[in-house]
Design a protein around this ligand. Structure first.
Ligand SMILES: NC(=O)c1ccc[n+]([C@@H]2O[C@H](COP(=O)([O-])OP(=O)(O)OC[C@H]3O[C@@H](n4cnc5c(N)ncnc54)[C@H](OP(=O)(O)O)[C@@H]3O)[C@@H](O)[C@H]2O)c1
Length: 264
C-alpha cells in the first residue's frame, strides 16, 4: 500500500474502542492510515474516527457499510476484531445466538457488503481476529444457535472456528483479485473479554497487554512481507496450521452457504 498526502489508505477496525481493537486502531493510524473504529457507541472511540456499528443488529451493519461506501473513497484494510464471549443464552436483534451473530455472521455480512470497495482498492487486506480456542470448537450444524443446551465456551469456540473457516474460505474466493484474507490468534491478552471470565480460566500474570495482543492483527494488516499472502493463520507472529476442522473445505463452503442464508 502506498501512503500519499492526498489520499491516505483507509482502514476499518470493528470493536475499535477497546482492548486489542483500540491498539490496532492506534497502530494503523501510526502507520499513516485513516482509521475508522466501528463501535457500539461512537462516543467511546479514543483513537481514529468512531462510527456507530452494533454487530448484534444486521440493520446496523448495513447502515455502517452504506456509510462506508458513501464516505470512504477507498478501503485498504478491514480488521474483523470485535467479539463477545457470552455467559448466558442471549440473542442478537435478528434472533441469532449472540456469539455466532456478533463474532461471525455480522462480520460475514460486513465483508460481503464492502468486498467490491476492497477489490477496487486492491491490494487490500481482510484480517480476521479469531482465537486459538477455535481448535476446541465445532460447528453445531443441527443446533447452530444452541437452542437445546447452552454452553458459553462452546458458543464462543464455535464462533471462533467459524472465524477461521470464513477467513480461509474468503481467501479462496478472492484469490487473484488483489484482496487477501488472513486470520490470527492474538495470544492470551488482558482485556475485558478475559476479565469477565469466571476466576481460574486464565492467568492474569501471564497475559499479554492489549498492545502486545495487537501485534498479530497489525502484522497481518501492515507487514510488507505479507503483501499478496492470503489464507494464512498466525498464532501471535508465528505461521501455523489451524485446527483440522477449520481446513475442511466442504465444511467451509457449507458454513458460507448457511451464513449467506442467515444474513439474507
Ligand atoms: N483477550 C484474549 O485473550 C483473546 C484471545 C484470543 C482471541 N481474542 C480475540 O480478540 C478480539 C478482540 O477481543 P479483546 O480481547 O480485545 O476483547 P474486548 O476488550 O472485550 O473487546 C471486544 C470488542 O468487541 C466489541 N463488541 C462487542 N460486542 C459488540 C457488538 N455487538 N457490536 C460492536 N462491537 C462489539 C466491544 O465493544 P464495546 O466496547 O462496545 O464493548 C469491544 O470493543 C476478539 O475477536 C477476541 O475473540 C482475544
Amino acid at each position: 500500500m502506498t501512503v500519499t498526502a492526498a489520499a491516505p489508505p483507509v482502514a476499518i477496525v470493528t470493536g475499535g474502542a477497546g482492548g486489542i481493537g483500540l491498539e490496532t486502531v492506534r497502530g494503523l493510524a501510526a502507520a499513516g492510515m485513516r482509521v475508522i473504529a466501528g463501535c457500539r457507541d461512537a462516543r467511546t472511540a479514543t483513537a481514529g474516527e468512531g462510527w456507530t456499528l452494533d454487530l448484534a443488529r444486521l440493520s446496523s451493519v448495513r447502515a455502517f457499510a452504506a456509510r462506508a461506501l458513501a464516505e470512504l473513497p477507498r478501503l485498504d484494510v478491514l480488521v474483523c476484531n470485535a467479539a463477545v464471549w457470552p455467559h448466558a443464552r442471549r440473542r442478537t436483534g435478528d434472533g441469532f445466538e449472540l456469539a455466532l451473530g456478533v463474532n461471525h455472521l455480522a462480520h460475514f455480512l460486513l465483508v460481503d457488503l464492502l468486498r467490491e470497495r476492497l477489490r477496487a482498492s486492491a491490494p487490500a487486506r481482510v484480517v480476521v481476529v479469531a482465537s486459538g480456542l477455535h481448535a476446541r470448537g465445532q460447528i453445531h450444524w443441527d443446533d447452530l444457535h444452541f437452542e437445546r443446551r447452552f454452553d458459553g465456551t462452546a458458543a464462543y469456540a464455535q464462533s471462533k472456528l467459524a472465524n477461521v473457516m470464513f477467513a480461509l474460505a474468503l481467501a479462496r474466493r478472492t484469490d487473484g483479485t488483489g484482496v487477501t484474507s488472513t486470520v490470527c490468534h492474538p495470544g492470551v491478552v488482558a482485556t475485558g473479554l478475559l476479565r469477565h471470565q469466571p476466576a481460574g480460566r486464565w492467568d492474569a500474570g501471564r497475559a499479554l497487554t492489549p498492545a502486545q495482543g495487537a501485534r498479530a492483527p497489525l502484522h497481518l494488516a501492515l507487514s510488507p512481507a505479507l503483501a499478496g499472502v492470503t489464507g494464512r493463520y498466525i498464532d501471535q507472529l508465528t505461521s501455523r496450521q489451524p485446527a483440522p476442522a477449520a481446513l475442511d473445505r466442504a465444511a467451509q463452503d457449507r458454513l458460507w452457504s448457511v451464513s449467506e442464508r442467515l444474513v439474507g
